[in-house]
Design a binder for this molecule. Structure first.
Ligand SMILES: [Zn+2]
Length: 187
């Protein structure tokens, strides 16, 4: 086994270990880790029930952990390892932070088949195909009824935010230029 395969397996083992931990404390059995190179920079497990947060999937929690540890919102070049193929929510979270590579253990379909034999999960029923269709379509496609209202007012808030942000950025740049000039000054 090469060194490369070694850390891939070790990272996956950690994700599976986290999935077992999630199950042991009453959550659904899913875990994930985020790596830069061969270093784990984020860990997570499903905490939806524990936190009453339906978005607290293992992958999302691992991404949150990595963002907090690294102090930034982009995880370009990071790789995510998860005990089960991610749902549409988690794929969207990964894409949103720039994670472009994924390793998964169990397939989502195999997990769904196992879940089908379990007692009621105490949450809204989801199925992979429905989630994927809704997540990929503008406004939720045919899965979610949507209508557009108040476009102008909402865009005014966004435009104002962009204008203020741009003004602050140019002030910041001006002050950097000023302090650069002062450093080279006639002391
Ligand atoms: Zn998910």
């Amino acid at each position: 086994m090469s060194g490369q395969d070694g850390f891939i397996d070790a990272a996956m083992q950690r994700a599976i270990q986290l999935s077992a931990h999630a199950a042991a404390i009453g959550n659904e059995p899913f875990g994930a880790v985020v790596l830069i190179g061969d270093e784990i920079v984020g860990e997570g497990y499903n905490q939806a029930r524990q936190l009453l947060d339906p978005t607290a999937h293992g992958e999302v929690q691992a991404i949150r952990d990595a963002c907090r540890k690294l102090g930034r919102l982009e995880l370009d070049g990071c790789v995510l390892y998860t005990s089960c193929e991610p749902c549409a929510l988690c794929i969207a979270a990964m894409a949103g932070v720039g994670i472009r590579k994924l390793y998964y253990a169990a397939t989502l379909q195999a997990c769904e088949q196992l879940f089908a034999g379990a007692p009621a999960l105490g949450r809204a029923a989801t199925d992979v195909a429905t989630l994927r269709a809704a997540a990929g379509a503008p406004g939720g496609g045919e899965v979610i009824a949507s209508a557009q209202r108040s476009n102008t007012e909402a865009l005014a808030v966004v435009a104002d935010w962009v204008r203020k942000k741009t003004a602050m950025e140019s002030m910041r740049e001006a002050s950097i230029t000023r302090s650069d000039n002062n450093q080279g000054g006639d002391a």
